[in-house]
Design a binder for this molecule. Structure first.
Ligand SMILES: Nc1ncnc2[nH]cnc12
Ligand SMILES: [Zn+2]
Length: 317
């Protein structure tokens, strides 16, 4: 039905690998690793995917990620996501992963990174999907933990090209991470950050001015601040918007109220992404389809959104 959206060549620039863990794989990995789960079956787990806000989702997301233990698990997770990319004509992806989600529960740093990096390499060679990995810090933890994580990552510097910032936004402003982002930039890494998902426009200003980000992840609350909107337009700073995520997490009450097409028409470089597709009801094509269904997105707008995603890539080729 949405072949025309599937057919558009596109890039995905906002995807948490841990958020692509489908319930079926989650159960398979739990069995492989002999981990007892609190849900009776896949359907029971799926029925728990009802959230009132970001935190309610994160609590389940971290619980789900606990089935990931071995390099093979991380490989399988990443490979399954890349297969979805292939099926939806996502020709380039710049996914995040959260090292601290795994190191904080005793998984050695290199286990997750090796599994992910190997799958991304195979994706390039076997599927023709280009990619670059973003190492994302958990903002609900102290900055010192992020510093330590970055130091752990440095010996593997060829495996990622940027650092990011995710997890609980409210009360954890970008300013909390200024030093570790300074350090990452001094080592030659690019920066991105989640900002303006639930948090105020002020957090977007901070991400731009203090963390010197190349893109804003989400950023939908920018529309509350005309000066900020003007800056995003003037400087063509990309926003990696995630429509299904925003409605699942009640950032917008209904897709009919989503502001992505208004921002597109005002000249903001918005892109369409899936965020945590296993939890939010779909991958990139389903996100485009929701915009068509609820907002009347035209074919011309879809093409512009897809082109924006290709233009907003930070890793070329
Ligand atoms: N949408 C989101 N916002 C913040 N942190 C996240 N981690 C995974 N998904 C996230
Ligand atoms: Zn996200």
């Amino acid at each position: 039905m949405y072949d025309w959206l599937n057919a558009l060549p596109k890039a995905e620039l906002h995807l948490h690998l841990e958020g692509s863990l489908e319930p079926e794989l989650l159960f398979a990995l739990a069995e492989r690793n002999k981990i007892a789960l609190p849900w009776a079956d896949v359907e029971t787990l799926r029925s728990a995917y009802a959230f009132n806000n970001l935190q309610e989702f994160l609590d389940l997301y971290y619980q789900g990620a606990a089935v990931l233990r071995t390099e093979q698990d991380f490989y399988d997770l990443t490979w399954a996501y890349l297969q979805r990319c292939k099926a939806q004509n996502v020709i380039h992806t710049e996914p995040f992963y959260d090292p601290q989600t795994h190191t904080e529960r005793g998984i050695p740093f290199e286990v997750a990174l090796n599994g992910i990096a190997t799958a991304l390499k195979d994706g390039r060679q076997q599927l023709g999907i280009s990619s670059g990995l973003i190492l994302s810090f958990l903002r609900h933890l102290p900055e010192e933990h992020a510093q330590k994580t970055f130091e752990q990552a440095l010996p593997y510097r060829d495996a990622f090209f940027a650092v990011g910032l995710d997890s609980s936004e409210m009360g954890n402003p970008p300013s909390k991470f200024q030093r570790v982002f300074d350090r990452a930039r001094s080592e030659g890494f690019l920066t991105v950050a989640h900002a303006g998902e639930e948090g105020p426009p002020e957090y977007i200003w901070q991400a731009l001015d203090l963390l010197k980000v190349s893109r804003i992840d989400h950023g939908v609350r920018a529309s509350e601040d005309p000066l900020l909107m003007q800056r995003l337009i003037d400087e063509q700073i990309p926003l990696t918007v995630c429509p299904l995520s925003n409605t699942k997490l009640c950032v917008f009450e209904d897709m009919k109220h989503h502001n992505i097409l208004d921002m597109l028409e005002q000249g903001v470089k918005v892109t369409v992404n899936s965020d945590d597709p296993a939890y939010f009801g779909g991958y990139v094509t389903e996100n485009f389809a929701a915009l068509h269904q609820s907002l009347g997105m035209t074919e011309e707008q879809a093409k512009r959104l897809a082109q924006n995603s290709l233009d907003a890539r930070l890793v070329k080729g």
